[in-house]
Design a protein around this ligand. Structure first.
Ligand SMILES: Cc1cc2nc3c(=O)[nH]c(=O)nc-3n(C[C@H](O)[C@H](O)[C@H](O)COP(=O)(O)O)c2cc1C
Length: 273
């Protein structure tokens, strides 16, 4: 049985009516994702971290190398510091937990030491990329699980604004790099998050071969207008998505410290050959 649920309309606007989705609780669950930035300070149910990490460890892993780790940061002191390092994002202070997801090549480096064998593939860019991909897949599984438990989450890429300072807070050794944080908590029912629209599927979906559109309208349809409507309904200042992305990537300064990433990675023991 297929139907067009309201959350699909929220995601795609009018075009959603053209593609009903199967009525399936897991699909519905994934389609109704929203980042949460307003949390209650209440503690999480016992064993939440174990459940989320079990979900994370159930994700696929490149060659089963398992090149990720996660630090569960509960302490108010450390969360305050991480909030400060991430551009003062208040939700990091309020919610009871931030998971710091790590690209972790140190485990394999240690295994090579224990076994007195080489691991000369570690310093290559692809190995780092595998670790980042592993960390992202693991984290997203944790997001899906957290949302299924009625919790809210928001990723914190801003931890990469000052990665060396973040590494100090979470005590990571060489060969370990913080990829992003994930705030986890009880959503504040008084300030619920809404489903954010996405660009039309034609923006991201190609059949057989990539076709580069020739105009902004071909590129993103009416997504600028849709996102403006969303921002207005959320009481946010309105800006076209196409301007937002250009602002975000206008120059090195607009990367908010992340233009130093290669240097930071090299300092953390990732030569990136
Ligand atoms: C890797 C990554 C890093 C992110 N970093 C931040 C962040 O630092 N602060 C924040 O408020 N949201 C952050 N987000 C959340 C995005 O802004 C959000 O996913 C996007 O606007 C789409 O909204 P939605 O998740 O509600 O659908 C991040 C998302 C991802 C995937």
């Amino acid at each position: 049985m297929t139907y067009t649920p309201t959350y699909l309309q929220a995601r795609y606007g009018a075009q959603a009516a053209a593609w009903p989705v199967p009525h399936h609780p897991v699909v519905e669950h994934i389609l109704s994702h929203r980042s949460v930035r307003n949390f209650l300070p209440d503690a999480l149910p016992p064993d939440t971290v174990q459940t989320l990490v079990a979900a994370a460890q159930s994700a696929p892993s490149s060659s089963n190398l398992q090149t990720w780790s996660v630090v569960a940061v509960h302490s108010q002191h450390s969360r305050d510091r991480l909030a400060e390092l991430a551009g003062n994002q208040a939700h990091i202070r309020t919610a009871p937990l931030i998971l710091v997801w790590l690209a972790d090549l140190s485990r394999i480096a240690r295994i090579a030491q224990y076994k007195d064998q080489p691991a000369d593939g570690l310093p290559y860019l692809d190995t780092y990329l595998m670790a980042v991909i592993d960390a992202a897949l693991a984290a997203q599984n944790a997001v899906v699980a957290a949302e299924a438990l009625g919790l809210g989450t928001v990723y914190i890429g801003a931890l990469r604004n000052q990665p060396e300072a973040v590494a100090q807070v979470v005590g990571t050794p060489a060969g370990v790099f913080p990829v992003f944080g994930l705030v986890v908590g009880h959503p504040d029912p008084a300030r619920p998050a809404a489903i954010k629209p996405r660009p039309p599927q034609a923006s991201v979906l190609h059949h057989e071969r990539y076709t580069a559109p020739a105009s902004l309208t071909d590129e993103i349809g009416d997504y600028d207008a849709q996102l403006r409507d969303f921002q207005a309904s959320e009481g946010l200042s309105e800006i076209d998505w196409s301007d937002l992305v250009l602002q975000r990537l206008a120059n090195a300064d607009s990367l908010k410290g992340r233009h130093r990433l290669v240097e930071a990675l090299q300092g953390a023991g990732f030569p990136l050959r």
